[in-house]
Design a protein around this ligand. Sequence first.
Ligand code: COA
Length: 259
Amino acid sequence: MSYQNLLVEEKEGIVHLTINRPKALNALNQETMGELAQFFGEDYADRRDITGVLLRGAGDRSFVAGADIKEFLGVAAAGSGEDMARKGQAVFFLIERFHRPVIALVNGFALGGGCELAIACHMRVATDTARFGQPEVNLGIIPGYGGTQRLNQLIGKGKAMELTLTGNMIDAAEAHRIGLVNYALPAEAAEEKALEILKTIGTKGPVAIEESIKAINAYYAGSQFDYEAEAFGRASATEDFMEGAAAFVEKRKANFRGK
Ligand code: COA
């Protein structure tokens, strides 16, 4: 159980899990995705003695600023975008299906894969500096880690369309207003609220908690994650994505041509 990009600390039965790549605004590279899979799918998969997990990003600027765009360029160039989306979806399913509650404590940016990670968690508590968005269209791609499915579930089709098609960011107050987060509070109060929720859940019947998570998830069993992965594969194979990602790295505006 050793990680390069995750910090793990257990306090009073609650696991404080921190994604720790602050220089890249905690962007999710493949190594970090692998470690999240290891944490949720192996190391803590059978830990029924814990109350829950509080997930956050290191530093005060960002929860997670998305998939690691620099790394992803190479993946797309190799033509394996669909495969990458399927693997990422599988990691986030481990979180969504985890047997104990996982709360995202969102500080700063939760963009792209970061927003998708937050909405794969069972609940979200935002600090008042949080900013949410699905900016993939700015790069010429689409959300590929479940965002096109889970945003609908949480905030409805109209708002999901708006966020996904405009790529615009929203602040914590707006995220709270539309139901994207359970609470939006100043930083210290946000952490207290998240811990309070986990502690309350910890007083309930553990089997009931586990079965509740499964039953609520079961409602969404018909979601079209496969479709999303295929669509992500098509979008990431375009010249537009190469242009969008190059523009991000070169810190300039993308010039899309619809190819
Ligand atoms: N992947 C890889 N690196 C990323 C990243 C990502 N998703 N998001 C930020 N970074 C890196 C930047 O490249 C920069 O690295 P550098 O110092 O080596 O140049 C560093 O993190 C700080 O980001 P920067 O863009 O300089 O900060 P900012 O305050 O000007 O802007 C954001 C912050 C979040 C608005 C901007 O970084 C951004 O738009 N990131 C991409 C978000 C995105 O499109 N996510 C979806 C990906 S599918």
